[in-house]
Design a protein around this ligand. Structure first.
Ligand code: SAM
Ligand code: SF4
Length: 356
């Protein structure tokens, strides 16, 4: 094959990281992602009354789950990974929706783990099905896991996710540590008036549990399109709150494409990560592309255009054709998101449909 042997975009960024959503389904209704609950609508009204917030129809999603026939098979997913890996993509994150809802996920993990060129294989989960699957995932070759946890308060957890399942998620965090799915990262999306009063408590949790706690700015990717700037707690504000209680030491940048700035809490592996895509965009060093559960490549979280690989995969394109397609797609990668531009338009897909 001629041409560069890496996936190079027109802004000189080399793609090394592929995030794969393996299902569009989820068993949670996180307020920042899939808040199709009455409670979430009320909450958005109280946090920012001017937010667009029409009444949800109970039980009705803003879009139906995709039929199975439109979702990529494990074989198709592995094929895309093999082509990407041949271009030097060596980091794979499995996500969703809730990836642990996909039956047989451990088989997918073992097939990916068998690809020599993949050096980092991780998974992001809400933690609810993790206790049942953790050991099998580890044995299949999963390297590490990220678990979402936005609150340590049972009632607030329920408000944020729509489900009373904090205890299970806490259990998953202990389990992930004990079986060595580490470094364990725990993600919290911070929303003003909802869980910003828990920031210091969540940092203390990182210290107590010796884990990496990552604080994420709320991005405009929610299904109700209720996001507005008033909801966003900036990364610098989050950092200030933690620093007022704990001395933090900035950790060196291991890789320019890292999404978080990392801070040691001064003991063991306990760390705070600040992910501030809204107030401190890191698009200039972005090395990521995403594959949706229905086979679309997204070159940015905020893309308005997707590139459908499914027809090529299903009509039997050979590896050289798929490789050429991937190279062409990467050339379309946007210079950056436009959240802070006056003409910003939220993409049609929510985070749950893209894969965070
Ligand atoms: N269901 C899994 C989970 O929640 O961990 C994996 C998919 S979820 C879309 C991946 C990550 O995206 C989660 O850590 C979640 O907190 C984050 N996320 C979802 N919507 C977001 C938003 N609007 N802004 C910032 N982060 C968001
Ligand atoms: Fe929450 Fe993840 Fe489900 Fe979105 S996909 S609603 S973040 S659990």
């Amino acid at each position: 094959m001629s041409g560069p042997s890496v996936l190079l975009d027109t802004h000189n960024r080399v793609i090394r990281d592929l995030r794969i959503s393996i299902t569009d389904r989820c068993n949670f209704n996180c307020i920042y992602c899939l808040p199709e609950t009455e409670e979430a609508a009320n909450l958005f009204q109280s946090v920012a009354p001017e937010a667009k917030s029409s009444a949800p129809v109970p039980g009705k999603l803003p879009y139906p789950w995709k039929p199975r026939s439109q979702i990529l098979s494990f074989e198709e997913i592995v094929r895309v990974i093999q082509v990407a890996a041949s271009f030097g993509v060596d980091k794979i994150r499995i996500t969703g929706g809730e990836p642990l809802l996909r039956r047989g996920i451990e088989s997918l993990i073992s097939q990916i783990a068998a690809i020599d060129l993949i050096r980092d294989l991780s998974l992001t989960t809400n933690g609810t099905h993790f206790p049942r699957l953790a050991k099998r995932l580890k044995e299949a070759g999963l390297g590490r896991v990220t678990i979402s946890l936005d609150s340590l308060d049972r009632d607030n957890f329920k408000k944020i996710t729509g489900h009373d399942r904090l205890a299970e998620v806490l259990k998953s965090i202990c389990l992930a540590k004990s079986i060595g799915l580490t470094p364990l990262k725990v993600n919290a999306v911070i929303i003003r008036g909802l869980n910003d009063h828990e920031i210091v408590r969540l940092a203390k949790f990182a210290l107590d549990e010796d884990i990496v706690m990552r604080f994420i700015e709320f991005m405009p990717l929610d299904s109700r399109k209720a996001w507005c700037r008033d909801h966003v707690v900036s990364g610098s504000e989050i950092l200030r709150q933690i620093q007022s209680k704990y001395p933090l030491t900035r950790l060196p940048v291991a890789n320019p494409s890292e999404t978080s700035t990392r801070w040691s809490l001064g003991r063991g592996a306990a760390e705070v990560g600040i992910i501030a895509p809204v107030t401190q965009p890191f698009c200039g060093d972005c090395n990521r592309i995403r594959l949706t559960a229905d086979g679309k490549i997204r070159t940015c979280l905020f893309s308005h255009h997707e590139h459908d690989l499914k027809p090529s995969l299903r009509k039997g394109s050979d590896t050289a054709e798929l490789a050429a397609r991937l190279q062409q797609i990467v050339l379309k990668k946007e210079p950056g998101h436009r959240i802070n531009e006056a003409d910003f338009v939220q993409p049609a897909r929510t985070m749950s449909l893209i894969g965070g």
